[in-house]
Ligand binder design. Sequence first.
Ligand SMILES: Cc1cc2nc3c(=O)[nH]c(=O)nc-3n(C[C@H](O)[C@H](O)[C@H](O)COP(=O)(O)O)c2cc1C
Ligand code: SF4
Ligand code: SF4
Ligand code: SF4
Length: 596
Amino acid sequence: METSVQKPRVIVGLGSCGIAAGAAKTYDKLQQLLSSPEFDFSLERTSCVGMCYKEPLVEICDSHGRVIYGDMTAEKVEATIRKHFLENEIDRENAVSAEKFDGSEDYFFAGQVKIALRNCGMIDPESLEASEQAGAYAAIKKIVREGISPAEVIRMVTESGLRGRGGGGFPTGLKWKFAAQSESDEKYIICNADEGDPGAFMDRSLLEGDPHAVLEGMMIGGYAIGASKGYIYCRAEYPLAIKRLNIAIVQARDKGYLGRPLEGSNGFSFDIVVKEGAGAFVCGEETALIASIEGRRGMPRKRPPFPAVSGLWGKPTNINNVETWANVPWIINHGPAAYAAYGTEKSKGTKVFALTGKIRNGGLVEVPMGVTINDIIFKLGGGIKSGKAFKAVQLGGPSGGCIPASLGHTPVDYDSVNATGAIMGSGGMVVMDETTCMVDLAKFFLHFTQEESCGKCTFCRVGTKRMLEILERITEGKGQAGDIETLETLAVQIKNNSLCGLGQTAPNPVLTTLRYFREEYEAHIHDHRCPARVCKPLLHYRIDPARCTGCTVCAAKCPAEAISGGRKTVHHINQEACIQCGECYQVCRFEAVVVE
Ligand SMILES: Cc1cc2nc3c(=O)[nH]c(=O)nc-3n(C[C@H](O)[C@H](O)[C@H](O)COP(=O)(O)O)c2cc1C
Ligand code: SF4
Ligand code: SF4
Ligand code: SF4
């Protein structure tokens, strides 16, 4: 790829989200424009800068400074490029971020501190040179140059206060210390890139946007614990992440970072391979993950022994999450105090969150620990889509829980989030508005964990199934007195008697929705009513005679022929025939159809 300092640079965001929004076509269009003598710029590639909701993104760096244009589909990009280069004017209507004036979305970046995501959307992830210019491998070189010992590296990581970003929040330095203390001829490093939580995509984005940061983090971990081989366990559903990881590994080998003794290191040599996983949620659990790499079925086993003592092929093994690894080089380069300066007393540094659901700005944000949920949702996320009321946020995926809007002031740090009954988890934040039914939501997550249970423990296998059956009954209007109490009893039993984290946390979505939205369960069970109007069997459609104009549209659309009434006369719904499809509600332009 051609890069020239004199030429203006046009950079297209080619992460999975960008490509899904049409960025590859935008790139092709720009290449086409480049063949015309009117234009002379260097066309480059980057990944996602986090602003998924404005993809495709095209950045231009020239005399106007750095300008990012949003919604740059192949159809729209030419007009913007013409205006920018031929009229020498910034296309302000489409500029979402700009160095020399306020882009419409500048606030999105203003509230963020980027450590793990420092290079995402800033560099070409397929270029080692670009990565090195942005600082890749500076930390491992510093360790070698300054002769920093493995024990000293572990001390730095410990002092930074970094805790595992994969969900549990275990102190990373302590984990490394355990693995370093184990005596063995061989040890292993694993990067957990299984990312099974529905609603989470930060690990994918990091691997697509800055693979060398993860490789370098793993090298440093290998050096610290005395391992010479690393595995990246990445779900096969992430083809672009896997492709870029493999490119980065080949580049790092060619340059002598991986695969042979590192220059000046007294023989420290490290190599990494990518292992593709089939995408079972339980394979993210570390003992199941190890079994899967060994070619066995991904089923958790009892601990101890912990992987730090006996992991992959019985050797001491250290597993960390993608984001955890990406933080490590930054800590070495900037020092542990700089990292610990962000965050709260017990939750240091920053955390990446994936914003999805009913939020205006769906995408990735990285914020110092301790900012509030409201700040993330309203200041960065732009608030709730279509102006509806914020109801709750689901944090931590199926292992997590729902935090109601009334607790929006909760700081996002491990302890404060745990106190609500949810968990920080890996950072998936699913935002819900008033149109979400909390019983239905709990059912969704329980359905997920129930299907993903490996089946080894009876409580997890059968208990979650019983809970799911009860939730299904409730949402069908067949709830019974005592259902809530049975759910609570089962939840406690499953939590206490399951072997691994999947079963131990599976009841959390039910427990938190019961804790904060109990009246919704009661309305379903006792009044046969779904307050959010989601559970179809509980909905009741009727026509308000005062509003009905007799336009006949609903009757024509009703698939069950449940609506009667002639032209210009008030219509009527036959409740016996109605299948609660909601079509009449959708098509009536006079708001005459009422849902109860
Ligand atoms: C059912 C289950 C699924 C998990 N899935 C993931 C995952 O997809 N990614 C991840 O990093 N950790 C996952 N974990 C946590 C890992 O087992 C492990 O604690 C983590 O990778 C350690 O890295 P960390 O200390 O850097 O967080 C999962 C745990 C459980 C119980
Ligand atoms: S808790 Fe569930 S997923 Fe975990 S080992 Fe037991 S059955 Fe398998
Ligand atoms: S679409 Fe609305 S206004 Fe028209 S007949 Fe049906 S209920 Fe009445
Ligand atoms: S909800 Fe569907 S089935 Fe029922 S009356 Fe309206 S259109 Fe007909």
